[in-house]
Structure formats: C-alpha cells, structure tokens
Design a protein around this ligand. Structure first.
Ligand SMILES: [Zn+2]
Length: 367
C-alpha cells in the first residue's frame, strides 16, 4: 500500500484534467485496481459513466446507501505538463491537484481501505466523481439523481481553509443570460429600426440595484456581468444584444428571491436563460457538525472555526437531497494556479480525522 503522499503523486501523474475523459477513465481504473489489490476482501465497486464522465463508487457493505461517504473529486483544472510531475519541498507537496483535491482524495482512498480491512462491518462509501471542476452535473448530480446514490452523511474535504475550519455555508450560483431583441437597420437612420442595446443596459442596471453590497467582501449575494455580445458592424443597428451575469447567492431564500426578480423581466423582447444551483447551508448545531468539531478539536488540539465560503462545491447537489455534508479541507496554496501545493502533515491528519469520525459515527448514530 502507498503512503497518502505517494498515492497522491501517482494520481497527479495521470493528468486527470476535467476535459480529458480518457485520463479520467484511467484514473478511475487505477484507483479501482489499487483498492482491489489492497483490500483483504473485495468491496463493492462500480464505475458509472455519464456523457463520457466516469465516477467511481465503492462500498464496504451497501454500494448506494453507506452510512458515511468519503467524497473526493478526482478531476483537476488544466495546467502545463511540468505541473503534473509532483515534487516535495519542506512540508509541501507541489503539483497540479495536490490541494484541489488529490491529496485529500489519496487520504480518503487509504482511509477506506484501512477501515474496511480492520472492520468490514462498518458501512462506508467512497465516492469519486470526475467533473467537479466543470460543474458536477455528470458526476455527483447524475449519481444522486439518476443512479440513486444516497449516503447518510458525507465527508467532503474540498475546501482550502485548513483542517481547523468547518464550512457551513457555500454560495449558490445563477448564470443568467439576458437577450434583448431589436430590429436591424442602417445606423445613420436609427429611427427605422429598434436598438436592443439601450434596453439591455436598462435591464442590467435595474437588476444590479438588487445587489447593494456588491463591492463588499462580507458574505453577501453578488452580481458580475461576465460576457457581452452584440452587433456585427459599426454602421448597423444590431437585431440582438446579449449579456451574461454570474450571480452568487448566500442563502436559499435570497436565491429564490433573485430568481423571482429575474423572471419579472421576461417580455416579448427580453428573454432570460437561467442555469442555477442553490446555496449550501448546514446548521452549525447539526449533530454531524458537532461530532466533526469534537474529533478535529481533539486531533489538532485547537479551537475549530465555523466559517462560510464564497465559492461552491458538489455539496450543492447533496444539499438538494437533504444529505448533510461536513466540508473541511487540508491547508493549500495556489489552487488552480502554477505550483499548487498542499501541506503534507494535514493530508495525513485528514486520514486520522476521517478514520475517527467514521468509527465514532457508527458508535453514536448507528449502534
Ligand atoms: Zn475541488
């Protein structure tokens, strides 16, 4: 069996970039073989493929309904070739995906194998989707909705804040594309046509007014126009103008509010296409959060902070099915950038935490 760090180095070598389905398939096969080689008895394993995106699901007892699921996405964002040759400097593992989240994935895989070998009666799952970095709809969403994957509790070390923090809020998103219809004519005679650009600007200004705290870094809902398209030629009134907005919402209530506001703008000339997913929220007093806090506090011998994050994760899909997620993560730097790095002692501490949590979970909530 490999150490967490050496397993992580092997995973990085496989270059599991979200857009390269062949590599994603290879990493799932590699992990599947690694698990079968190192488990004393055969666990249940299934590789699910949806629209060419694989997810690997492993279960000690019950493939679809484990008590605790160890979640880790195996895909990473693109990087230059040398970023896939991981190296160790001081206490840091440097390489694409070391922090997000192949380090934690390696620790989760080894946790599963060791716990399964020690106590095959624990009902544990390992869930390894491969499209989190591009939205998670072919991996987590598909497995939960169509494949009926339904764990009771999820450990998700996909945050970068360090092991001494637990995340109880992550923002939802609404990608809204506003299209305004006009009527084309020569721009020297604007009265002969209908220019959609002023209308688009007016609609955007009105929507933007709903986000008074947009420039404030506190935990608010935000709006950012990210793409704009209109016009073919300098002397022609265009017949269409389009603007895409990236909206991040801080609670389900605000999320629904904003959807209602956007829907009010639909008319004969204004169309709004929406792609959305709600915010993730779990109560800070949830018993699973309490247990995780207690375990981390003992392990790290420090106060555990409860925080909210601006980014999102696959937790949004678990939230939709009311499956509680414990989101934490190992300390990392330069996520998605060059020389991404993960703090090695926390990779190993994550294994200790997950092992303790799963055992205590079975004692406390099952037996
Ligand atoms: Zn991630």
């Amino acid at each position: 069996m490999l150490s967490n760090v050496n397993l992580c180095i092997e995973l990085i070598k496989l270059k599991p970039i979200s857009s390269q389905q062949d590599n994603l398939s290879k990493i799932c096969d590699f992990v599947s073989e690694y698990i079968q080689k190192n488990c004393h008895q055969l666990p249940k394993i299934q590789k699910i493929i949806h629209k060419q995106y694989p997810s690997l699901i492993v279960g000690s007892q019950n493939l679809l309904n484990p008590s605790v699921c160890l979640y880790a996405h195996l895909d990473v964002v693109d990087a230059s070739l040398e970023q896939f040759e991981a190296k160790i400097e001081d206490n840091w593992l440097i390489g694409r995906g070391s922090g997000d989240m192949l380090g934690a994935a390696a620790a989760s895989i080894n946790t599963f194998i060791k716990l399964f070998n020690k106590n095959p009666n624990l009902n544990i799952g390992l869930f390894l989707p491969c499209d989190e970095e591009i939205g998670g709809s072919h991996g987590t969403k598909h497995c939960l909705e169509s494949f009926k994957y339904n764990p009771e509790s999820v450990l998700m070390p996909d945050s970068g804040s360090g092991l001494d923090k637990i995340v109880i809020g992550q923002k939802g998103f609404i990608v809204a594309t506003i299209s305004c219809k006009g009527f084309s004519c020569h721009s020297s005679r604007p009265w002969e046509g209908k220019n959609p650009i002023p209308k688009l600007i007016e609609v955007f200004h009105n929507i933007q007014k709903e986000f008074p705290n947009n420039q404030n870094s506190d935990y608010h809902s935000t709006i950012a126009p990210t793409q704009i398209h209109s016009g073919e030629s300098v002397n022609q009134i265009p017949n269409q103008a389009k603007l895409t907005l990236d909206i991040r919402t801080c609670s389900s209530k605000e999320h629904n509010n904003i959807l209602n506001i956007l829907n009010k703008y639909h008319s004969e000339t204004v169309k709004i296409d929406i792609f959305e997913s709600p915010a993730f929220n779990i109560s800070s007093g949830h018993p699973h959060i309490d247990l995780a806090k207690e375990m981390l506090n003992k392990l790290l011998n420090t106060e555990i902070a409860i925080i909210k994050e601006h980014g999102g994760s696959d937790a949004r899909y678990f939230q939709k099915k009311a499956i509680p997620c414990i989101i934490n993560g190992i300390k990392k730097e330069n996520s998605h950038g060059n020389n991404e790095k993960a703090y090695i002692p926390e990779i190993d501490q994550y294994e200790e935490f997950a092992t303790e949590y799963i055992q205590k979970y079975h004692e406390k909530f099952i037996n």
